[in-house]
Design a protein around this ligand. Structure first.
Ligand code: 6PG
Length: 240
């Protein structure tokens, strides 16, 4: 598996590259199988990308009518909360493009517990992917300064999950917001056709350790290191 790492001078340049890369992948997926399945992460970094995808060029050229949007993970907060990954994507992108509501597969955080939410999301994935292990055309991931990705935090039980497609995780101790999460697990992430890491902000320490001695990186310390691709895995990072 080739790890491609590309550096960009700033977030705008990285996000512009990512938007075009995603558009190309979407067109290929729609041409090959009539639809494009995209799972997005939350956090700060993808917000610029979402805004770019809502500009006229992408609003008019992206195959939104054939695109299904999923979430890689979600914070267990109401979808009206500013900490909600769904809210960020909806405010910046989904509310500005023509996409059917049935193509938006959010993680429902209105249930009594994160566990119930994880079960409900997994049921939705099973229905959509006809009970076969999901293989998203593209998964957008971020990375925290502690090397986590999705809501796969260092030294947590979910890193060992081999069966569930979706799991709930306790509130992280170090990373804000310190709320329980619902997350895709490695079996699903690592079954994706294309994985695009978008890494903004000061993450150089984790990146350096993961790329310098990538063969024997302990994924319990840096969970991002255990993300493998089935097709292509591209790491984009901006130095600011
Ligand atoms: C989340 C994200 C998470 C994020 C990283 C990086 O729910 O917070 O899915 O995995 O990608 O924490 O976040 P930033 O882009 O804000 O640095």
């Amino acid at each position: 598996m080739s790890k491609q790492l590309r550096f960009f001078s700033d977030l705008d340049e990285m996000s512009a590259f990512a938007a075009d890369y995603i558009l190309q992948k979407a067109k290929i997926a729609v041409h090959q199988n009539g639809m494009f399945t995209l799972a997005v992460s939350g956090g700060t970094t993808p917000k610029k990308l979402f805004s770019i995808l809502a500009t006229d060029h992408y609003r008019n050229n992206f195959p939104w009518d054939r695109t299904h949007i999923f979430w890689v993970d979600e914070r267990y907060v109401p979808e009206t909360s500013d900490d909600s990954n769904y809210k960020a994507a909806d405010d910046l992108l989904l509310a500005k493009i023509k996409i059917q509501k049935t193509h938006i597969h959010k993680i429902d955080t209105s249930l009594a517990t994160p566990e119930e939410s994880a079960l409900k999301y997994e049921k939705e994935l099973k229905t959509f992917f006809s009970y076969k292990l999901p293989s998203f055309n593209m998964v957008l991931l971020g990375m925290g300064e502690d090397g986590h990705t999705a809501s796969l935090f260092p030294y947590t039980d979910v890193l060992e999950e081999k069966e569930k497609w979706v799991a709930s995780t306790p509130a992280p101790l170090e990373i804000n917001p310190k709320v329980p999460r619902v997350t895709l697990t490695y079996p699903v992430l690592n079954n994706s056709e294309t994985i695009l890491f978008l890494i903004g902000g000061e993450k150089r320490k984790a990146l350096a350790e993961m790329f310098v001695d990538s063969e024997d990186v302990d994924f319990h310390k840096y969970p991002s290191a255990a993300v493998k691709d089935k097709g292509s895995l591209l790491w984009l990072t901006s130095l600011t």
